[in-house]
Ligand binder design. Sequence first.
Ligand SMILES: [Zn+2]
Length: 401
Amino acid sequence: MPIFAQKLLNGEKSENDKTKHHPEMMDVLAKELNTEVSNIKDFDLVLYDTNKSTLGGLNDEFIFSGRLDNQLMAYTGLQGYVRANKDITSLTESSDCRIYVSFDHEEIGSTSDRGADSAFLETILQRIMKMEVSQEISPTAYQEAIRKSYLCSADVAHAVHPNYPEKHEAQHKPKLNEGMVIKTNFNQRYATTDLTALLFKTIAEKNNLPYQDFVVRNDSPCGSTIGPILSSKLGIRTIDVGCAQLSMHSIRETGGAKDVETSIELFKHILEEFSELDEKFEIDFEWLSKQTDEQTNQPTNEKINQPTNEKINQTINKKVTQQQKNEKISLQINEHIDKPIKNKSKNIKIIKNFIKKIKKYYNKVVSYVSNFYKKQRKMQQRTENKQKTIIKKLVNNKSKI
Ligand SMILES: [Zn+2]
């Protein structure tokens, strides 16, 4: 109960010592603690809604509960972790180090001795590396392991509210019970990248588990998670995901009952299947470099008509249409530019007038500035003269004395 509670040294309450808390609450506390009100000096007290979570809705499709944000993801993440590691062979056969971690203080910015923005996770990971592998490991083993790793940052997401559908982008309206929300924000308020999303979606689709894409309306501020903090701190590939929910941060929040099970399953499959899938993923650097070469060389149509493989073919087709579009645009621009050129004498007049106006304005500015300095100099001289006469008077007076 109370963290700070102490009797006054002399056992009496001083006259000035007026309690800052409500007397009735103090009575309740004193009764609970079996002591006198005067013995309670101060406390760190947190009030909770003690009602249990319940299912609701016609088909029990909703969960009504306090603190769904973010106990929902803390719970489903942990359950997924337990399921993935239940079968001991899945652990012994895997070369992965599977880790589940939930952080305190996310709602107040994560900067604390135990928050995501602390040294906690990094130091723990480094210690695990030293414990798990032999002494003769490469000095960069930790950094290499981090680059091969994948982090699911899981925090609940705002579902579209039936009364305020306009608060969401048309194609980005997360709904309850329709699966994990993948959050993307190109200002990096979420750490999701194309690659981390692709890995996640591939595993979800393979296991018939639903997911939804989400970006915040671009005129609304975007919330954030521990995803960007950890991905930048550790250098780990990260995705930001979470279940959709309503009434976030109110004392009683609303979530989707079906999302609990699908989230647990999804986390389980990510833990089990990530490494194998990641090994199959290849970035086609040869193809990429060809693309950049083409872009810098600005290829002619003849060059485009000699495709070397299917992928290049597809992009080139896109490119040709884009090029045609560009040509159209440049034609339009040229037309626009051409028009005034036809009327040369008129243009020259306009330009001459413009130059005249600028000259006039310039002269005004110059005269204003020079006047300003003249005035200042005069004022300075006046004060200097005054000072001189005062000094003279003083000197004269002294000599008289
Ligand atoms: Zn929150």
